[in-house]
Write a protein that binds this ligand. Structure first.
Ligand SMILES: Cc1cc2nc3c(=O)[nH]c(=O)nc-3n(C[C@H](O)[C@H](O)[C@H](O)COP(=O)(O)O)c2cc1C
Length: 178
């Protein structure tokens, strides 16, 4: 059974990450969920806790992890997926920043990381976002999407998070390739 950490950052597409976790669990993946503070504004941790049947980890200093969740989850996981990945998460990861658990875990994890960006098309096309994506690709990070289509800001454009089925398919391929 593959072990995956699903990092949920604070995009409106966080609700779709719940469907991703459900799909992973149905396919017998062992799932731990990490949420940023902004992600918790979008969807409650209780949803992910119930779907994964494990407590959601939101705090770098969670006392359930004496070594720190970034160390314990990084050692436990075979693969990590960030869905949705905000412009903020991409910027922090591209620069090796580690000021919350979602960014710290990326720096602490030596295995493959799949990133599913999600933001409105203006943000996605911004030169700073594209620069950060280019840096992460050069660093060996795997990307899925974003897609074009209807966005929560009520326009159509590129930046929509890939569907959970597509993200799951990419995770399966990456997991087999390990
Ligand atoms: C309603 C709402 C929706 C948002 N959706 C997105 C989004 O889809 N993508 C994104 O990059 N930022 C989005 N943001 C902004 C992020 O929540 C904000 O940049 C936050 O600091 C991200 O923190 P995190 O990366 O730690 O989760 C949204 C903010 C609000 C208020």
């Amino acid at each position: 059974m593959a072990k995956v950490v699903v990092v949920v950052s604070g995009g409106i597409a966080a609700y779709k990450a719940a469907a991703l976790v459900s799909l992973l669990v149905k396919n017998h993946w062992d799932v731990r969920v990490v949420m940023t503070a902004a992600a918790q504004q979008m969807v409650g941790p209780a949803t992910f806790a119930a779907l994964s049947a494990k407590p959601v980890v939101c705090d770098t200093f969670d006392p359930a992890f004496p070594l720190g969740p970034h160390i314990e989850l990084a050692r436990w996981a075979d693969i990590m997926v960030v869905a949705p990945a905000t412009a903020n998460w991409l910027a922090k990861a591209a620069h090796g920043m580690a000021d919350d658990l979602a960014s710290l875990l990326y720096v602490a994890f030596a295995g493959p990381t799949l990133v599913a960006p999600a933001m409105n098309s203006e943000m996605w096309q911004h030169v700073s976002v594209q620069r950060n994506v280019g840096q992460l690709q050069a660093d060996g990070v795997h990307f899925v999407g974003p897609e074009s289509g209807w966005q929560a800001c009520r326009t159509s454009g590129e930046g929509r998070m890939s569907e959970p089925t597509e993200i799951f398919a990419r995770l399966q391929i990456l997991s087999i390739a390990q």
